[in-house]
Structure formats: C-alpha cells, structure tokens
Design a protein. Structure first.
Length: 152
C-alpha cells in the first residue's frame, strides 16, 4: 500500500532537517512510539503502541536511515516491526523531501510504501490508511509545536 503525506512546518529547512535526523528526539513526536535507541550507525530500535480497529498493537522494530542528502533535503529509510502476540507486522520504505515554501515555512513530504503482514493485513487498506493519516497529522502537529511553540 502506498501512502503520501504532505504538511507545512513553519520553520526553515535546515532547522526541520536537523530535527528530523535526530531520530530519538523526533520519535517523541510520533504517537505511541517509546524507547527509541541507537543500535549502530543509522539504525534505531523502539516500540510503538497503538490501536487499529478493535486490536491493540505492540510493535517492536527497527528503522534504518539508508540515505541522507541534506543539500537536497532528501532522505530514505526502511522500517520493520512485529507484534508477536497477534502474529503480524509491517515492512516499509519511506522517502522524505523537504522543500522551502517562502514565508509559510518548509513543505515536508513523506511517501511510504508499506506491506502489512499477518493478522494486521486483515483490517484492510481503508482502516490502515485512516490510521496512518491520523498518526501523520498528529506527528506534524507535534513537530510544529516542538519547533515553534517550544522554540527548540
């Protein structure tokens, strides 16, 4: 399933880039994510707890930053996570692009190609897409709040 999310964060591109590349720090803006720790160069491990439909998920996984181009404002990542209790998981590849947008701030675009495995796949794309949209909306608001309101 392919997902595409775009938002505008009212800070300059360099500030947003530096924040997004600090994975343990930016992970605090992602709803349900806990205990993100570096596991080597560009590899991070953590847990994400969330509810999808009638099921509570406890996904444990890794994210790997595969490429970074600060000059172009582009990065690619892969992630994999599993919930041992419900025998399901996700595998995804994400590409992120930051584009300056005059006085409004920086356009943040994320394209994700996600594969849903096991029982998670039984929910169907509309439910998963709706959940992903809600998570991304909350994430963008949390990033905006962190960078603008808290001034960090």
């Amino acid at each position: 399933m392919k997902l595409n999310h775009t938002c505008v964060i009212p800070v300059n591109r360099a500030v947003l880039w530096n924040f997004l590349m600090d994975v343990p720090r930016v992970s605090q803006c992602l709803p349900g994510v806990q205990d993100v720790k570096a596991q080597g160069a560009n590899v991070y491990e953590g847990t994400m707890k969330m509810r999808v439909g009638p099921v509570n998920l406890n996904l444990h996984g890794r994210i790997h930053i595969e490429a970074r181009d600060p000059e172009a404002g582009r990065a690619t990542m892969s992630a994999e996570a599993d919930d041992k209790k419900i025998l399901g998981g996700i595998r995804s590849r994400m590409s992120m692009v930051l584009s300056p947008e005059s006085t409004q701030g920086t356009v943040f675009n994320v394209e994700t190609d996600v594969t849903i495995l096991g029982k998670l796949g039984e929910f169907g794309q509309p439910i998963v897409r709706k959940k992903a949209d809600a998570i991304m909306q909350e994430f963008a608001e949390n990033v905006r709040r962190q960078l603008v309101e808290e001034g960090t």
